[in-house]
Write a protein that binds this ligand. Structure first.
Ligand SMILES: *[C@@H]1O[C@H](CO)[C@@H](O)[C@H](O)[C@H]1NC(C)=O
Length: 212
């Protein structure tokens, strides 16, 4: 009787140890205690043709309205950042010698505190000097990370993409313009500073729909 209980208990213990081994470990362990204030608090929301209140403005369209930073997964072209125009379901971006305007798998960049973003002027050859800045990751192409930039061009501000790895960094910023990519050596980089404005809570704007 005692032996039986002992054996059962041992089996249960072995089972628990086994479960812990299976579920309590992974191939890339991480410290699970982190200061969450140090994690950039931006996110990509599903874009369904409506601009969310927390969407991040990037540029301007032909009539001076804001455009928004977006991203789309396109089969064969990977994950490309670009811009979203109010009233359009599409994202406008570039790949190779083409302007692309996908209307599927489009996401829009949003953030809890948009004041933490900063568009920092630079040149492609000076990117490495922006030490300590977090570049907002826009996607990837040919297996390399793409970042987000913009330029003032033809009376507009146009959002595009750039690489920050040699030799692709030499393309500079590529923006979609009139059906084709146009490249720039000088542009502004979209950065995010977790420390800016500390962790103040942002009052959520309250819109009373009854009065409209
Ligand atoms: C980020 O913001 C903090 C607080 O305003 C500032 O001290 C720091 O210099 C900023 N970092 C960069 C890289 O601009």
């Amino acid at each position: 009787m005692h032996v039986h209980v002992f054996v059962s208990a041992t089996i249960v213990q072995l089972f628990v140890v086994h479960l812990t081994t299976v579920f309590g470990s992974c191939s890339a362990p991480s410290p699970h205690v982190v200061n969450s204030n140090q994690i950039p608090d931006y996110y990509w929301k599903e874009y369904i043709g409506i601009i969310p209140q927390d969407a991040v403005e990037g540029g301007t369209d032909a009539v001076g309205n804001p455009t928004y930073v977006g991203q789309a997964y396109i089969q064969k072209y990977e994950l490309l950042p670009g811009f979203i125009t109010i009233g359009c379901k599409t994202l406008t971006t570039v790949a190779y010698a083409l302007e692309l305007t996908p209307n599927e798998n489009v996401k829009i960049l949003c953030a809890r505190d948009k004041r933490k973003f900063e568009w920092v002027p630079t040149k492609k050859e000076d990117l490495h000097m922006l030490i300590g800045r977090h570049f907002v990751v826009g996607g990837s192409e040919v297996g390399k990370t793409l970042y987000i930039g913009r330029v003032h061009y033809e009376n507009r501000i146009i959002v595009g993409k750039f690489f920050n790895s040699v030799p692709l960094v030499n393309y500079g910023l590529a923006i979609p313009y009139q059906g084709k990519p146009v490249n720039f050596n000088s542009f502004e980089v979209l950065t995010y500073n977790v420390s800016k404005y500390g962790d103040e809570t942002i009052p959520v704007p309250c819109i009373d729909v009854r009065s409209q």
